[in-house]
Design a protein around this ligand. Structure first.
Ligand code: AMP
Ligand code: MG
Length: 403
């Protein structure tokens, strides 16, 4: 077991324990937000055939070289989806819509705005452009790998899959993540509450984070600070889940039962990470499955998820952290006020990031305590201040901007 590791070291140890997910084939309609487990090859050329990018006239460019108006004979009209083929000779034009096949003999398009019809003729008043013809296969040729394994299927990738002729995709199975909240003080929201109790909130936030990362959260409710109850819940959750997340009970106190049970009956890979807030997480295994023991403070549990569990998901999916369906992005911001750093720890101050004409700016508002989940809502990002580094007003610092 390693104690007090850097974020980089923690990520490395976590990545060594990524999941090996099986795959499943689903319909494209249900694929939003999933990750491809197999690459997709195009079944067709895109475009499938030479076609017009504009509504207008299909012409021969050599007929339309003069600076003055040109009169061409109208020999037909073709629209997108029309089966018939038309051909034109010199001195002729064919009316055409966007997406329609280019008539035989035509090599340029004049847009409708640059023309007027005069009986059986069309008077061309503007340029004929070859670039308004979309050439067969210029985007993709048949057989090309256009979406590789690990691609996140967002709206554009889903459209591309359909363009290539696929109505099904093979994606990674969603990992099932068990979530267990520990603490004698916890009761479910809107239940009867005594003066010494608080509403349980972590499991709700963490479940939402799991969903955002493409997993299926399975909530096991509240476990009181009893080793026996925790053991029973861990044993049952580990049967149904791919990995477990607990919150609370990982510090130095006598009642920190997640740390205690992991020490005596589990397998701890590391404990404590050099970040603030979020210092005391545990990572290890329970019955051979990964277990993330997050601190109980709501801000801490969110930020440890962001810093350590998001990269674990990315690694499990076999993709770069930056390409993951993550919660936001790393950026640089100019501070509008000074912020303190943390001794020997990466410091994540909650900041409100605004995009202004001259760049991205950030400022702190509200109380920054790790118990204040409101600070995560009142702000939209966190600083990534290196250990022992604060920032003055005007300093440019690394930050993470939540989606
Ligand atoms: P712990 O990590 O168990 O020492 O808890 C640290 C702080 O977080 C305490 O103030 C707890 O009451 C609070 N806390 C622990 N678990 C939760 C939870 N599930 N929801 C809200 N607050 C919690
Ligand atoms: Mg506790």
């Amino acid at each position: 077991m390693e104690v007090g590791v850097s974020i980089e070291r923690a990520k490395l140890l976590i990545r060594e324990n990524k999941l090996n997910l099986s795959s499943e084939t689903i319909s494209l309609e249900n694929a939003n937000g999933r990750l491809l487990a197999e690459g997709l090859y195009s079944k067709v050329h895109d475009p499938r055939f030479d076609n017009s990018a504009m509504d207008g006239w299909a012409v021969k460019k050599s007929d339309c070289q003069s600076d003055s108006e040109v009169v061409l004979k109208i020999v037909g009209a073709i629209q997108a989806g029309a089966e018939q083929t038309i051909s034109i000779e010199s001195g002729e034009a064919c009316k055409i819509t966007t997406g329609a096949r280019i008539p035989e003999g035509a090599d340029a398009i004049v847009i409708v705005e640059d023309s007027r019809v005069d009986g059986n003729n069309v008077v061309i008043t503007g340029p004929a452009r070859k670039s308004f013809i979309r050439i067969k296969g210029e985007n993709l040729s048949r057989g090309k790998l256009a979406l590789s394994e690990g691609t996140y299927l967002g709206p554009s990738a889903i459209s591309l899959a359909a363009t290539m002729g696929h109505d099904k995709v093979t994606v990674y199975r969603k990992p099932i993540i068990g979530i267990i909240s520990t603490g004698d003080e916890l009761v479910m929201p809107n239940s009867e509450i005594n003066d010494w109790q608080i509403f349980e909130s972590n499991s709700f936030g963490i479940a939402s984070l799991v969903e955002k990362m493409g997993g299926i959260p399975k909530r096991y409710g509240i476990v009181t600070d009893s080793i026996d109850q925790l053991r029973e819940t861990l044993d049952s959750a580990v049967e149904d889940c791919d990995a477990l997340i607990t919150t609370g009970g990982v510090s130095m106190g006598d009642w920190d039962i997640v740390r205690k049970i992991m020490e005596s009956e589990g397998d701890i890979i590391f404990w404590r990470v050099n970040m603030r807030p979020g210092g005391p997480p545990i990572f290890g295994k329970w019955n051979e499955k990964p277990l993330f023991g997050l601190p109980g403070n709501p801000v801490s549990s969110h930020l440890v998820f962001l810093m350590l569990i998001c990269p674990w998901f990315s690694c499990t999916y076999g993709i770069e952290e930056s390409a993951a369906p993550n919660l936001g992005k790393k950026i640089r911001v100019k501070m509008k006020n000074s912020v303190k750093g943390a001794k020997d720890k990466l410091c994540l101050r909650r900041i409100r990031i605004v995009s202004e004409e001259t760049g991205l700016y950030a400022s702190t508002h509200t109380h920054q305590g790790s118990g204040n989940i409101h600070s995560m809502v009142a702000h939209n990002g966190v600083t990534l201040l290196p250990p022992n580094m604060g920032a003055e007003e005007g300093d440019i610092v690394d930050a993470f901007w939540f989606n």
